[in-house]
Design a protein around this ligand. Structure first.
Ligand code: FAQ
Length: 332
């Protein structure tokens, strides 16, 4: 949607940037809530932050479809299978919009893919936890898409035009995903005792990893200050995490589920649900690639990419032949 125009000229930025006259003008534009577009001047740090964040986001959508893909054949009804398939298709579509937005920053989709498959690019920690039961499909929709929406609604107002526009549609679809997840859990919670237990057990495993999706605590977040100044981020990691807890605790209580946190307590003064200390060792361990499923997830992606090489080759050949045919016709 944006990438053809990249062939025309290289996007502008410069190492001296932030304090240069162009850099000052850039910040004034941000402060005035104007959008930055691909060929506008941008400091190198702004470009690099967006390349990292948008591509990490795109990779997360792709890897995030893997735990759900494993459940398509085991979904309990035709309706559930169809909904799960549609969700997976949506997540792949999100990756497409996001890679397209990221490409406008001067790195191709192939390079981003290489960074994920053969490099050190990150994707969301949450997808390195296994989906063991049908209830996990509900919990992923309810909590993971729920956390994704809480984090991504503010990104619709991100200062970078292509990212902010992509996020509008992504958020609409994520909110539908969240509801289908909640619906699965609601049915289980109102079913047999065993079904209720399955929902509770799933919540027990996913609660803390879902909170970790919001990233490290503000005091250890490396990028928040700069990203806030540039209006890439509108709220800090801890602020969004707290909002998510406040919204979700009420939903869990409505379902009759217990949040697995002995320190969870409503604070009358701040009107927030105070919650316990996160296991940050676990978070950083997963982010470094040592979670339960990191290796498995990446191996599946590498295999799919390498097995599909002949398809990409055939498509390129066909496109080249079509272009040659069209050029010949145009010349006649
Ligand atoms: N996992 O300084 P900060 C979804 C890294 S989409 C792994 O706070 P920042 C849809 C971070 O990259 C879910 N790594 O960083 C779906 C940085 O790395 P560095 C994905 C993490 O960027 C649902 C370092 O730690 N959503 O779920 C994580 O300011 C269901 C320091 O952190 C997005 O990507 C993490 N959780 O804030 C699909 C949203 N957190 O510098 C299928 C866009 C942090 O070492 C099924 N991203 N890191 O390379 C963002 O909003 C931000 O990037 C944050 C992190 C908030 C994630």
């Amino acid at each position: 949607m944006y990438t053809q125009s990249l062939n025309e000229k290289t996007p502008k930025s410069d190492a001296s940037d932030e304090t240069s006259p162009e850099g000052i003008k850039f910040q004034q534009k941000i402060d005035a809530d104007l959008k930055i577009e691909p060929y506008d001047f941008m400091p190198e740090g702004y470009r690099k932050t967006l390349q990292r964040q948008i591509s990490q986001h795109a990779h997360s959508e792709i890897v995030g479809a893997l735990p759900e893909g494993n459940w398509v054949s085991r979904a309990p009804t035709l309706k559930r299978k169809a909904a799960l398939l549609a969700k997976i298709q949506d997540e792949s579509g999100h990756a497409l919009y996001l890679y397209s937005a990221a490409e406008t920053l001067g790195i191709s989709r192939e390079e981003y893919t290489d960074q994920l498959l053969y490099g050190t690019a990150k994707y969301s920690s949450i997808f390195n936890y296994p989906a063991l039961t049908w209830a996990d499909m509900g919990t992923i929709g309810w909590l993971v898409d729920g956390a994704a929406i809480m984090n991504q609604i503010p990104l619709c107002r991100c200062s970078y035009g292509p990212y902010s526009r992509a996020m509008v549609r992504v958020c609409k679809e994520e909110s539908f995903h969240q509801r289908q997840g909640y619906d699965i859990i609601n049915i289980l919670c109102n079913g047999t005792e065993a079904q209720f237990e399955m929902a509770q057990e799933s919540l027990n495993r996913f609660w803390w990893p879902a909170l970790m999706m919001f990233g490290p605590a503000d005091k250890t977040s490396t990028h928040t200050d700069k990203s806030t100044k540039w209006k890439i981020k509108r709220f800090s990691n801890d602020t969004l995490r707290q909002r998510f807890v406040n919204a979700t605790v009420t939903q869990a209580h409505f379902l009759g589920l217990k949040i697995p946190d002995a320190d969870l307590k409503y604070n009358e003064e701040t009107e927030n649900w105070d919650f316990g200390e996160m296991n940050w060792d676990e978070f950083f361990n997963v982010v470094k690639g040592n979670g339960k499923c990191n290796k498995e997830r990446l191996n599946v992606r590498v295999k799919a990419y390498e097995d599909g090489a002949w398809v990409r080759e055939a498509c390129n050949e066909w496109a080249a032949k079509q272009a040659a045919k069209n050029n010949k016709l145009a010349a006649e």
